[in-house]
Design a protein around this ligand. Structure first.
Ligand SMILES: [Zn+2]
Length: 304
């Protein structure tokens, strides 16, 4: 699967960069005037993303741990915010140790961040994928399982978001998690009274009602995950697994599979960049191997 082709060619890079910088300066000049049509915002974003991609073509993975700061989220055997921060941190470490990705946390665990602040981080870093990590809770203690919410039908990144959601369902299924609903993939919307309603993924009608703000506002494929119930002992055991970070490993494998078509390019780009800028090829990615599924075996990062 590949949705963003990128090929780094040192020969044409500088010329292209000059052209893009020129266009950026032109746009900056127009912005000085009061009138600024939406098309300029899109052009600015596209130019910024292109430049960022030329400088480092590794996919940018935005990780949003649900809640945090003053907001504990759902409560149960563990607070949702604490759990999702742990998963987010472990996923960040896995992606960073891999070397083929640029992981970005949308906020720190101990800070209270609004939705606007979170998707602003994702967009300012030109994220190629957003994953929002959440968890459910059931006061009766009987609820359990995994479900996730891609950007719904009609949205620009719906299909890619859905494709990534399917990979997540497959990976979390390997933990023995209950897959909720029809296939673990659902769409959430808010009506005029701000009441949330949920559709199974078989309902492909386009609703005008907004979905989760993170999914609507981030300019990338995006999935919000309710990875388990914090009120369920068995759920918590399953997403911990023997390693303690089984959930993070599921996201990591799904991300590797999602970007499998472009990771070879990204890896060689990274090596080229290192060679040009640092005079050597020490990128760490040369030693990597891929298995039949197109992703690397998990290697936990060194403690140092
Ligand atoms: Zn939540």
């Amino acid at each position: 699967m590949s949705y963003r082709s990128s090929s780094y060619r040192p020969g044409c890079c500088r010329t292209l960069l000059s052209l893009l910088m020129g266009a950026a300066l032109l746009i900056a000049g127009i912005k000085i005037g009061a009138w600024k049509p939406d098309i300029l915002d899109n052009a600015e974003y596209t130019i910024g993303k292109t430049i960022a991609n030329l400088l480092d073509s590794r996919p940018v993975i935005a990780i949003d741990a649900g809640h945090g700061g003053d907001d504990p989220g759902a409560t149960g055997l563990v607070d949702e915010a604490e759990l999702t921060a742990q998963t987010a941190a472990a996923l960040f470490d896995l992606l960073e140790a891999d070397g083929r990705f640029q992981p970005v946390l949308c906020h720190e665990y101990d800070t209270t961040a609004t939705i606007q602040e979170r998707y602003a981080v994702a967009n300012s870093r030109y994220a190629d994928l957003l994953v929002c990590i959440h968890a459910n809770s059931d006061p009766n203690g009987s609820g359990s399982g995994f479900e996730c919410y891609p950007a719904p039908p009609g949205r620009e990144y719906h299909q890619q978001s859905y494709d990534f959601a399917q990979l997540l369902v497959e990976e979390f299924s390997t933990l023995g998690m209950t897959i909720r609903g029809e296939n673990g993939i659902r769409y959430a919307y808010y009506d005029d009274n701000n009441e949330k309603y949920i559709m199974e993924s078989s309902n492909t009608l386009v609703f005008d009602d907004p979905s989760f703000g993170m999914l609507e506002k981030t300019k990338a494929p995006a999935v919000l995950v309710e990875q388990c119930f914090v009120s369920s002992e068995s759920d918590l055991a399953q997403i911990s697994g023997e390693s303690g970070t089984a959930a993070a490993e599921c996201y990591y494998r799904a991300i590797c599979r999602f970007f499998a078509g472009q990771l070879k390019d990204a890896s060689s780009d990274s090596a080229s960049n290192d060679q040009n800028e640092a005079g050597n090829t020490e990128s760490g990615s040369d030693e990597t191997t891929t298995d039949q599924l197109g992703y690397q075996p998990i290697e936990l990062p060194d403690e140092d």
